[in-house]
Write a protein that binds this ligand. Structure first.
Ligand code: OSB
Ligand code: MG
Length: 373
């Protein structure tokens, strides 16, 4: 059982090595919300809330998550004795939405449970893999030439999948140029982050000729019905990201045939209990899943790597090494991948399996708030 007696919220700022641009916005610096959870029995865990500064991916931002945690979520946990598997239900009751805020607390409780059981987080979750294949997510580049160069370099560095961010006017020709440069065997996919409507179906169908592994979330952030219509008109599998916010939405995707692959981001679905439930449902129904990323620091990355060790995470995850984003990460060792694009699941220590650099986090902190039972 978990019983929290103190929670510290902390905002740090971490500049990205290069701007990351998707169809709906650009990020240059990450405003990262970290939580420290203190269990009454003595254990202590870091967690990361994957919200961003702007509401262009999700309606949540760091400035909605912070007060939501302070006023609505943390008070439910502080002083309560609860099993880590019940935290999701506790936070879900009569609080609509705010999945990323809920997830940070919930996943932190799973980490505390792992520490208390002396287990690596991956093992507590039921993970079976010891290493995970990594893909890179390439933001929208300034021109086709730059995109082709980055994709080529990424494959040479070992990445097992290249995800190309697309938007109207930067789609078929851009992806075709990459396909032409890297050859037919390379694993390529596209992610539109809601930039299209059904009126673009013919345009999107031109991507079929480029035999992509999948096209991620072309239509609206909360849509399923139109994705189903689009899927009927495409040979390429659709993968849903933004639209899958719970187990029920994954079930609806399957019922409606709105997609054939799911990108699981634990923050987007409210944490680990829902992530595991979606994983299990997809496994039973022959739907492959993979672990997405939100430009996490090394703390959030540890949670994603643990989750991606579950058996139905059969496709490469967006689990790039620390050095791709940051000049220096907040964990040691930093996250790396080998020449074949594999990330090792830390299995030698309980919990996250990486050490959090407290002094560096203190130096990067721009605000904190402490809550007590
Ligand atoms: O759609 O998967 C996405 C980053 C921010 C917001 C949305 C997305 C992404 C990524 C980055 O694709 C994945 C990563 O962390 O490397
Ligand atoms: Mg996506």
């Amino acid at each position: 059982m978990i019983r929290l007696d103190r929670i510290v919220l902390r905002e740090i700022r971490l500049p990205l090595r290069e701007p990351f641009r998707i169809s709906s916005g650009e990020m240059r610096e990450r405003r990262i919300l970290l939580l420290e959870l203190f269990d009454a029995a003595g254990a202590h865990a870091w967690a990361e809330c994957v919200v961003d500064d702007a509401p262009n991916y999700s309606s949540e931002t760091i400035d909605t998550a912070w007060p939501t945690i302070v006023r609505w979520l943390a008070p439910r946990l502080l002083g309560a004795s609860v099993a880590h598997t019940d935290v999701h239900a506790l936070l879900e009751r009569d609080v609509r939405g705010h999945n990323m805020a809920k997830a940070a607390l919930e996943m932190g409780c799973w980490n505390l449970a792992a520490l208390e059981a002396g287990l690596p987080l991956a093992r507590l979750l039921g993970g079976t893999r010891t290493e995970i294949a990594t893909g890179i997510s390439l933001g929208i580049q300034r021109d086709i030439h730059t995109l082709v160069a980055k994709a080529t370099e990424s494959l040479a560095a070992g990445y097992q999948k290249v995800k190309i961010k697309i938007a109207p006017g930067r789609d078929v020709e851009w992806v075709a140029a990459v396909r032409h440069a890297v050859g037919d065997d390379a694993h390529l996919m596209a992610d539109a982050n809601n930039a299209y409507t059904l009126a673009d179906a013919d345009r999107l169908a031109q991507l079929d000729a480029l035999h992509l592994m999948m096209i991620e979330q072309p239509l609206a952030h909360d849509d399923l019905v139109r994705h189903a219509e689009l899927q009927r008109r495409l040979r390429t599998p659709l993968c849903l990201d933004e639209s899958i916010t719970s187990l029920e939405r994954a079930q609806d995707m399957h019922t409606l045939r709105a997609g054939r692959i799911v990108n699981i981001k634990p923050g987007r679905v409210g944490g680990f209990a829902q992530s595991v439930a979606i994983h299990d449902f997809c496994e039973e129904h022959g739907i492959p899943v993979w672990c997405g990323g939100m430009l996490e620091s090394g703390i959030g990355r540890a949670y994603n790597v643990a989750l991606a060790s579950l058996p139905n995470f059969t496709l490469p995850g967006d689990l790039s090494p620390s050095a791709r984003y940051w000049t220096q990460d907040v964990v040691t060792p930093e996250w790396t991948m080998d020449a074949h694009g594999m990330v090792r699941v830390p299995l030698d220590a309980p919990g996250l399996g990486v050490a959090v650099d407290d002094a560096r986090i203190r130096a990067l902190t721009v605000r904190t708030e402490e809550l007590r039972a």
